[in-house]
Design a protein around this ligand. Structure first.
Ligand code: AMP
Length: 503
């Protein structure tokens, strides 16, 4: 019989100098000792509120020290953590709470009344947690004991369910096991050389795999510290970066920092590592960042369902425009839509297998079956090729692929060429219904200066790519719609421009 808690024991339960700071922010420093006392009080609160082993704890709250302790408390008390994007409306919350059959729901006090009205099942315990760490959760926990014995859980047990953003249809709950999370943490520690001296500048949301698992599990595992800020802000970055030596961000963090002259060699010379992921980092940003700071960002690629899959190396070449090499223990192949591996250099769909890959979608056996090959590889839906050095180059999502007059156009190829133009800031290439071609290539372009016009872009492209890949229409916009993780919302663009050709 295994009497340990697989994830908790390795990542959080090991000995660290108890006086050392784990979380740092404007309110002060929280030591590992105080953090663990808080975790235990919260774990006792969850038990007191009726949590049984395997129960889901759904949480929608502003980022705070208490929230990260609540995540650890859920794992320690044998529960399954279910973090929810703070942008979700009460209606959306109702779906997640019902679908996951959560037994405890932790929400901001502002939503308490509407959630209580919406949720029919009165056995669900509703607690509140506000951004300033007040609410019924903290007041109940202040009366609880600061000692708690971890509930046994094994490697295959669920640790968390994270709902994917789901641009079409119902959002799916990715089930992540204790093994999925621990294996990835161990791999990243070695690959990026994290250790107890690291201080991570943490400005990511903690309802997503990047800010929650990649960052928090890793820093706790090595016994490091985190400067734990509510969100990204250029001024705050400039202030706090002085005390950090590592940073994880989405590409927009880096592009915004580059807009600030004070972000330079001097302000970053002490930094050991900058990591980017969750959305494509423009090669141009990578190059400009190196020019400005003398440092090369490490770009990596991951997903809610799989944790981290590839990364540019720590010691070897960090190549702009690539997501690097498969991480140790991650099997990656590029396949056609039947699951047959394509030749090296050809474009296909990324398929993955390894301890990092999730257990399937919560209560969706058919969706789960459709998403895996018979030999256990997960079909990611990301299209990519592998270059001659083994580096993975992502060209877009399969659903973003454009088929125009029967020919395939990979949006990234066209976007990269448009982005090369000096006066262009960024672009998105999408498919728009067209009576003649089925789908037409359309490009939405954000300019740095008005000096570039449609004809300039057309001229630039006509020398470089086949006619069928060139946009039938170029639309200028002030910005591209992005979610909090910096991903361009192409489904929104497709919807907005669906009648462009008035079919
Ligand atoms: P999520 O599940 O929200 O983390 O989104 C995962 C998706 O983000 C992946 O399937 C990719 O499409 C995209 N993604 C993550 N990292 C990168 C990256 N470095 N470059 C390009 N796309 C990325």
């Amino acid at each position: 019989m295994n009497s340990s808690n697989y994830l908790y024991d390795s990542v959080f339960g090991h000995t660290v100098d108890s006086k050392k700071s784990f979380l740092i922010n404007k309110n002060g420093e929280m030591s590992y000792e105080n953090f663990h006392q808080l975790v235990n009080k919260l774990a006792n609160t969850l038990k007191f509120s009726g949590l049984k082993t395997g129960d889901r704890v759904a949480v929608q709250a502003e980022k705070s020290n208490v929230q990260i302790a609540l995540y650890v408390a859920t794992i320690k008390s044998g529960g399954v953590y279910l973090p929810l994007n703070t942008d979700y409306t009460v209606n959306e919350l109702e779906y997640f709470i019902n679908d996951s059959e959560a037994s405890i729901v932790v929400i901001d006090s502002n939503n308490e009344d509407s959630i209580k009205k919406t949720i029919k099942d009165k056995s669900i315990k509703i607690l509140t947690l506000n951004g300033n760490e007040t609410g019924s959760l903290t007041s109940l926990s202040s009366k609880q004991d600061k000692v708690f014995d971890a509930v046994p859980r094994n490697s295959e047990d669920l640790a968390a369910i994270l709902y994917t953003s789901g641009t079409t249809g119902r959002s799916k709950g990715a089930q992540l096991t204790h093994k999925n999370l621990l294996s990835n943490t161990k791999v990243l520690k070695d690959f990026w050389k994290f250790n107890e001296n690291d201080v991570l500048l943490h400005m990511l949301p903690i309802y997503h795999t990047h800010g929650l698992f990649v960052a928090c599990n890793l820093l706790a595992y090595v016994g490091g510290s985190m400067i734990f800020l509510p969100k990204f802000d250029t001024e705050q970055t400039l202030k706090w970066i002085k005390s950090a030596n590592t940073m994880m961000g989405v590409p927009t963090f880096y592009t915004r920092l580059l807009n600030e002259d004070r972000f330079d060699k001097k302000s970053t010379e002490h930094m050991r590592l900058f990591i980017s992921g969750s959305a494509p980092l423009l090669a141009e940003t990578h190059v400009e960042f190196e020019k400005r700071t003398g440092k090369k960002i490490i770009e990596r690629y991951g997903m809610t369902e799989t944790n981290m899959n590839t990364s540019n190396p720590y010691d070897g070449p960090r190549i702009a425009g690539t997501v690097g090499l498969p991480l140790p223990g991650v099997e990656l192949r590029i396949s056609d839509n039947k699951g047959k591996e394509v030749n090296r250099g050809e474009i296909g769909i990324i398929e993955l297998r390894g301890d990092n890959v999730f257990k399937g979608y919560w209560q969706m056996p058919e969706k789960t079956a459709e998403s895996f090959r018979e030999d256990g590889f997960f079909i990611t839906g990301d299209m990519a090729r592998i270059d001659e050095n083994g580096y993975v180059i992502i060209v877009g999502r399969d659903k973003d692929l454009i088929i125009t007059g029967g020919l395939n156009v990979y949006p990234k190829e066209v976007e990269d060429l448009i982005d090369e133009i000096d006066s262009v800031n960024e672009s998105a290439v999408i498919a728009v219904p067209h009576s003649d071609f089925g789908e037409a290539v359309v490009s939405i372009v954000v300019r740095k200066k008005d000096s570039v016009n449609e004809q300039d872009i057309k001229d630039h492209l006509s020398e470089r790519i086949a006619k069928f890949k060139q946009p039938k229409k170029i639309i200028f916009a002030n910005n591209l719609p992005r979610n909090t993780m910096g991903k361009v919302q192409k489904s929104e663009l497709r919807k907005k421009y669906q009648d462009l050709f008035n079919n």
